[in-house]
Design a binder for this molecule. Structure first.
Ligand code: FRU
Length: 486
């Protein structure tokens, strides 16, 4: 049954199409949806417009994998085909999946517009084979937002706690586009069909954005983590997390820490799930909502007939200091091929060139011991040709890491930075590149920077240097990532 439906993709060879990050076979994708390990397969659903490289009436695309890296395409799981979800500017919006008694349940936000007003309701679909989904005849499960909330009411994430079902839904008081105040609403159910509103568990209070998209909630080591993607965040539309404790009875979430899941330009709408070993894993849309047609409508890959990428799956954990870490799942090691390893490498103003065998898809890992560095900066240049280059700068004066794409390509500029903590005088930086994606991890996931860059064919140079004085790099490794579609 499953075999008849699986489509193995012809190898993707376009210039910018990632070779180990997920992209749709063709057309537009945004958020990952319904991530789940079900019946021996990882299932990935995603916001999908199969007809165009622009966002449009949303479908749920579907793919499965045994390792979260090698994906096979399945038929579209949800189409906008009901009165409550059929609309050119609506459709089957983001949501989540759970398994219960052998049935796979999907929860999504059906979205339609009437006379300029948007109606978002929370709906359900079921499947026993994990391929064919039937929408619940009693949809919608939740037909309107809580009293006083705006029409922005979407992205249900369902999870289990204390032997009950809970659903977090993103919303706003005042409206996403009208300077409103973001909210995450909590619902409770005994049976997945009847849902009761409990209250809100996150409020922007004028500080965190006008609407919280794609909320998620899960437990790690006794703490409850709440993540969401704020619209109109004062600094940038970042995916954020809160760490805290949760009292489900009273609907009280006590926040102890708030932070960025990623400091880059291109990491949005992440969703978590449990892998087959019980690890909490996060996958995000590796672009930002500014890519939406009603905003900047940006992204140059439509000339290659695809648009939108999903990030490398990251394992989430809490470290000894209670901070959240995000680091590529260990399955990624299987597609890494070592090309070069140097220890105690002396660097100065003149660049040391690194020559990975696959310049489109390579990785660089750098270990520094600050006692061996008299300079203030260490820089890694990626995808260089002539004046064009993107630069990763480790600033040892301010303990920051910057990614500077001002000269990275012909499309976009910008520089983003994240803090670098120095413990035992050591720093580790891991950089993963994939045709038009770059993911940078500081100290094994203490901080991350994720971005898109669209280099030319000629941009094949990689190097490391230090602009002043000298430095010894403890260890430097580089190599090539295997194409997962081959
Ligand atoms: C986030 C988002 C979600 C919505 C979906 C529509 O990128 O705006 O809030 O459900 O995309 O495609």
């Amino acid at each position: 049954m499953m075999e008849n439906n699986i489509k193995s993709r012809k190898f993707c060879e376009e210039r910018w199409r990632p070779e180990y990050h997920f992209t749709a076979p063709k057309g537009w994708i945004n958020d990952p949806n319904g991530l789940i390990y079900f019946n021996g397969w990882y299932h990935l659903f995603y916001q999908y417009n199969p007809y165009d490289c622009e966002w449009g009436a949303m479908h749920w695309g579907h793919a499965i994998s045994e390792d979260m890296l090698h994906w096979k395409d399945l038929p579209i799981a949800l189409k906008p085909d009901q009165a409550y979800d059929r609309h050119a500017e609506g459709g089957c919006f983001s949501g989540s999946a759970i398994e219960w008694n052998g049935v796979l349940y999907l929860f999504y936000s059906a979205t339609v517009k009437e006379n300029g007003k948007t109606f978002q309701t929370q709906c359900m679909a079921m499947s026993t084979d994990g391929i064919n989904f039937e929408k619940y005849a009693g949809n919608p499960l939740i037909s309107s937002p809580p009293d006083g909330a705006s029409e922005d009411f979407r992205d249900p994430k369902v999870f289990r706690a204390n032997e009950k079902w809970y659903m977090v839904v993103g919303g706003s008081i005042g409206g996403a586009d009208c300077g409103g105040d973001g909210r995450v609403f909590l619902y409770e159910s005994k049976d997945l069909y009847v849902w009761n509103y409990k209250g809100d568990i996150l409020k922007s209070n004028g500080e965190l954005g006008s609407m919280f998209e794609c909320p998620d909630m899960f437990e790690i080591d006794g703490k409850w983590i709440l993540t969401c993607s704020p619209m109109n965040h004062p600094s940038y539309n970042k995916a954020m997390y809160c760490i805290g404790t949760m009292n489900f009875e009273n609907c009280e979430y006590t926040i102890e820490k708030i932070g960025n899941l990623d400091y880059g330009f291109d990491y949005y709408a992440p969703q978590s799930f449990l892998d087959k070993h019980g690890n909490r894993v996060l996958i995000a849309w590796q672009n930002g909502w500014t890519w939406m047609p009603w905003f900047e409508g940006w992204g140059p890959t439509s000339e290659e007939n695809w648009r939108g990428t999903l990030s490398i799956p990251r394992k989430l954990s809490l470290d000894m200091d209670g901070n959240l870490r995000l680091y590529p799942v260990r399955e990624l090691n299987e597609i890494m091929k070592l090309d070069g390893l140097m220890e105690n490498l002396k660097i100065s103003k003149s660049k040391v060139m690194l020559r990975p065998s696959g310049y489109k898809t390579c990785y660089i890992k750098v270990n520094l011991d600050i006692e061996k560095i008299s300079s203030k900066f260490v820089r890694i240049g990626v995808w260089e040709s002539g004046e064009s280059v993107s630069i990763i700068e480790i600033d040892l004066v301010n303990n920051m890491l910057f990614f500077d794409r001002d000269r990275g390509d012909d499309f976009r500029q910008g520089k983003m930075g994240c803090p670098v903590s120095i413990k035992n005088k050591k720093i580790q930086i891991d950089v993963f590149m994939d045709c038009s994606c770059i993911e940078i991890y500081v100290n094994q996931g203490e901080q991350c920077i994720t971005a898109n860059v669209y280099p030319d064919k000629e941009q094949t140079g990689f190097w490391i240097d230090t602009p002043y004085k000298e430095a010894i790099v403890d260890r430097l490794e580089y190599g090539t990532m295997r194409n997962v579609w081959k």
